[in-house]
Design a binder for this molecule. Structure first.
Ligand SMILES: NC(=O)c1ccc[n+]([C@@H]2O[C@H](COP(=O)([O-])OP(=O)(O)OC[C@H]3O[C@@H](n4cnc5c(N)ncnc54)[C@H](O)[C@@H]3O)[C@@H](O)[C@H]2O)c1
Length: 321
């Protein structure tokens, strides 16, 4: 075997140990979070392979990224040339095999569903290069459980971006039970490199962000369900009284009510404590397809192009009036 072939083989199996070795990032799922993650990596010069199950989802994500970059241009934080260069870094794929080829890092941002993620990670493990780091953007599913279905649990880590990804600074990095310190360090350095502020936490249900946020959102929904106050009152109290930039019900709409429900179920099952049981109203809304901003209606209704906050007809009119 030639010296180059031996070197190539060694490189192919040496696990990524510093950010200079990361050139190609594959992102699985082109929804709310996936397109933001693609945006940030592409803008920072990475070759990004965006994967989803259907071409329309990929087309919509690309259009969104373009629109969000135009907003950055208007604000003066990006030039037309930088936008073109970033978009040229992105390729779209509906086949996992093509989309994972040559990946140094995979960031999974598909729908929040345990069985789906376990299946996706088995596929990623089979198809992505052996040296690649496998990260998940899950909001709540155990990193350790996801890692356990792969043959490389030491290389599996949580990389939890916040919504909207291009704007929000935080990346919550989650150590799985088997994640090595070296892998966590690479993801930490990479997060800094792409302009984010990383915080490392350990793998317990909901990690930190959602363990604290979701019970607040759930309590707001239970308060609405009990008629303690209306949508506007609950959100205004939390905005003006606690200096939150948006109220918990608007935030729930923004996150997606299906995602909120899944996270509460993970907390409820993971800790076995009834304090995390999702509000019946939340379950009803998800079953009715009222998923928040992405479905056009949740606690508020959303019309494309309008920024006005209009309470959904289901909750219009405050009980005390
Ligand atoms: N929405 C938020 O505010 C938020 C914040 C942080 C983390 N997260 C997490 O990010 C992940 C994605 O959430 P989202 O809000 O972007 O969801 P979303 O519903 O907007 O998008 C999910 C995307 O995954 C795609 N998908 C489903 N199965 C797939 C498969 N097998 N292969 C490839 N793509 C597949 C869907 O077609 C869809 O485009 C979830 O794990 C969620 O918990 C969400």
């Amino acid at each position: 075997m030639s010296e180059t072939a031996i070197k190539d083989m060694a490189e192919a199996t040496t696990v990524i140990s510093n950010i200079q070795q990361i050139k190609t990032v594959s992102v699985i799922g082109a929804g709310t979070m996936g397109n933001g993650i693609v945006h940030v990596f592409a803008q920072n010069g990475y070759k990004v392979q965006m994967i989803d199950i259907a071409q329309p989802a990929l087309d919509k994500a690309l259009a969104n990224i373009g629109k969000n970059m135009d907003r950055q241009i208007t604000k003066g934080s990006l030039t037309e040339e930088q936008k073109d260069a970033a978009l040229a870094n992105i390729t779209t794929h509906i086949d996992m095999e093509g989309g994972l080829s040559g990946a140094d890092l995979v960031v999974e941002a598909a729908t929040e569903n345990v069985d789906l993620k376990l299946k996706i990670f088995k596929d990623i493990d089979r198809l992505a290069p052996a040296h690649a780091i496998l990260a998940t953007n899950t909001s709540s599913i155990s990193i350790t459980r996801i890692a356990a279905v792969t043959s490389r649990p030491a290389q599996v880590v949580g990389m939890h971006f916040m919504n909207p990804v291009p704007v929000m600074k935080l990346v919550e990095i989650i150590n799985g039970y088997a994640t090595t310190k070296e892998i966590t360090q690479v993801i930490y350095d990479l997060s800094v490199h792409i302009g984010k502020v990383p915080c490392v936490v350990n793998d317990y249900p909901g990690f930190i962000a959602n363990r604290i946020l979701m019970p607040m959102i759930n309590e707001a929904i239970i308060s609405l369900q009990e008629g303690v106050a209306g949508v506007e009152e609950i959100d205004t109290i939390m905005k003006l009284g606690m200096a939150h930039p948006m109220g918990p019900l608007q935030l729930a709409d923004f996150i997606g009510l299906d995602t909120c429900l899944s996270i509460l179920n993970v907390l409820h099952n993971g800790f076995g404590n009834p304090k995390y049981a999702p509000a019946a109203l939340l379950t009803n809304m998800v079953q009715a397809g009222r998923l928040g901003a992405k479905s056009g209606e949740g606690f508020y209704k959303y019309t494309s192009g309008s920024k006005e906050l209009v309470v959904s007809d289901s909750f219009a009119g405050n009980q005390w009036k």
